[in-house]
Design a binder for this molecule. Structure first.
Ligand code: ADP
Ligand code: MG
Length: 491
């Protein structure tokens, strides 16, 4: 069966590589293209203006000479003719002289002499205006120069100045620019493809490694250190993987421990039951003795299950804390009262002292479970005639509960581990006195939920001191990340 077959969706995702290529191309090609356009436009404008100015000046000089030599009435002047021919040759264009009736009296192309020219510019020229007009389509500048001074000229000189040489060199420059732009584009795109491939290659490597890890931590570590950015992702990911592995290990270890702890009483019960049933005549005394043992084992199983349930509730991620203002002094009195019968049975003196009365925002049920476990340990891991002293005091932001006992003490090397689940310094002794090894783990969970700390000092054979500090006001901000590690909050 193909899972999730109904969820196939076609989505066009943008790719990093195409985005990068696009940016590289735009940055690499567009400026060159715009610059070349601007350069060609500037060159054309400047060249045409220079040509236009020069030609206009020359036309003005010649039109003066024509006027002086009797034009446009008298066109039989050799000098004027040759000047017109020279002008025509110089600019590779045509020169026409028109009289006041708009009749062409001279044409250097000798095609239109005697004809009339109906041209608005010629008419404007006759009213005394000099006009010049560039037509890039036909590569000509049309220059209209009035003949004769003043408001009413006697004729007009019409000169067509060719700009085809400008157009030709413009065309050549345009070709050169295109070649340069195309070459730059080729280099930029080539480099872009290489850079994009290199960078996306890094991401592909990264996602491949992630994929490998997704299918069972096959790869120990990812090693993508070519770029600082990928190195950072790499390191962050390695950290996540390490934490996942640790979590996985501690979970398996916990499950193994739980199974073992739960199986032990059941195995005992089975053995006890079997030994009764295997005997033919069981006396009432033996039967009662075995049954008492069975009940004790059932009680033990019950205790383990209850402790496990408490531990789950103390999971730091749980957000179901019932925070209320609580009289800590009153709460501790209640705990002491409940534990006094056990202390009496163990012949341990239980002392409670209040240095300062404290009211704090806590989850009373969870915190009193933590303190009960710690005080109960003081009673249970003690000697006959010993004592447990519980002191309540307060600091500026915290309240402090000190639990001091004159008990067996904890070996120095075991102190860092006693808050681990199922950890017991002396397993058989703990079992004897009904311990599950979960008491301090539960206490730690509860204290961490309150953003508090617990400090242990102990000397083997002399006794231990547990110092618990809890903020007076509940801190809503999440705990610091290092609070996850085993010893966090525990000094
Ligand atoms: N006050 C103490 N004095 C000596 N040892 C202690 C004390 N408190 C805890 N321990 C040691 O730490 C271990 C873990 O404690 P805990 O988690 O409460 O488990 P247990 O169910 O065995 O009491 C105990 O088994 C004991 O060896
Ligand atoms: Mg305990």
């Amino acid at each position: 069966m193909l899972e999730g077959i109904g969820k196939i969706r076609i989505k066009f995702m943008r790719s990093l590589r195409t985005d990068m290529l696009l940016i590289i191309c735009l940055v690499g090609i567009l400026p060159g293209f715009i610059l070349s356009r601007a350069f060609l436009y500037g060159y054309e404008k400047q060249a045409v203006t220079a040509r236009e100015n020069e030609a206009r000046d020359r036309c003005r000089v010649i039109s003066d000479r024509l006027y002086r030599s009797g034009y446009p009435e008298d066109t039989q002047n050799g000098t004027a003719d040759s000047e017109l021919a020279l002008l025509s040759d110089l600019y590779g264009g045509r020169v026409m002289v028109i009289n006041a009736d708009l009749r062409i009296v001279k044409d250097t192309y000798s095609q239109s002499e005697g004809k009339y020219l109906i041209l608005s510019e010629a008419e404007e020229g006759l009213s005394g205006r000099s006009i010049s007009d560039y037509d890039p389509e036909s590569s000509f500048i049309q220059i209209v120069t009035p003949i004769g001074a003043g408001e009413s000229p006697v004729g007009v000189m019409l000169t067509y100045v060719s700009t085809s040489d400008i157009t030709r060199s413009l065309e050549a420059s345009r070709k050169l620019c295109t070649i340069i732009i195309l070459s730059i584009a080729a280099v930029v795109i080539g480099a872009g493809v290489i850079v994009a491939a290199k960078i996306t290659g890094q991401f592909r490597k990264l996602s491949k490694s992630v994929e490998n890890i997704r299918f069972g931590f096959e790869e120990e570590e990812i090693n993508i250190f070519d770029y600082r950015e990928t190195e950072q992702i790499n390191e962050a990911f390695d950290e996540v993987v390490t934490r996942m592995k640790n979590l996985d290990n501690s979970r398996s270890e916990f499950v193994a421990n739980v199974s073992h702890e739960l199986k032990t009483p059941i195995t005992s019960i089975k053995l006890l039951a079997e030994s009764i049933t295997s005997q033919a005549d069981v006396s009432k005394e033996i039967y009662e003795e075995f049954m008492t043992d069975i009940i004790a084992e059932v009680d033990r199983e019950d205790r383990i299950i209850n402790d496990l349930l408490s531990l789950v509730k103390m999971d730091r991620t749980a957000t179901d804390l019932q925070i209320e203002k609580c009289d800590i002094d009153h709460m501790l009195e209640g705990i002491i009262k409940r534990l006094t019968p056990i202390a009496d049975r163990e012949k341990v003196e239980l002392i409670f002292e209040t240095v300062r009365q404290v009211t704090a925002e806590v989850d009373e049920t969870k915190l009193s479970l933590a303190l009960t476990n710690i005080i109960e340990n003081g009673i249970k891991y003690n000697h006959e005639g010993g004592f447990v002293r519980v002191t309540l005091d307060s600091e500026p932001m915290m309240f402090v509960v000190r639990v001091e006992d004159s008990g067996i003490g904890i070996p120095e090397e075991d102190i860092p581990n006693i808050f681990e689940r199922f950890y017991r310094v002396d397993k058989s002794h703990s079992r004897e006195i009904g311990g599950t090894g979960l008491g301090l783990a539960i206490a730690r969970g509860s204290i961490l939920m309150h953003k508090g700390t617990v400090k242990v000092e102990s000397t083997q054979g002399e006794g231990s001191v547990f110092e618990i500090k809890i903020p007076l006001s509940y801190i809503v901000t999440p705990a610091a990340p290092d609070a996850e590690k085993g010893g966090a909050g525990i000094e």
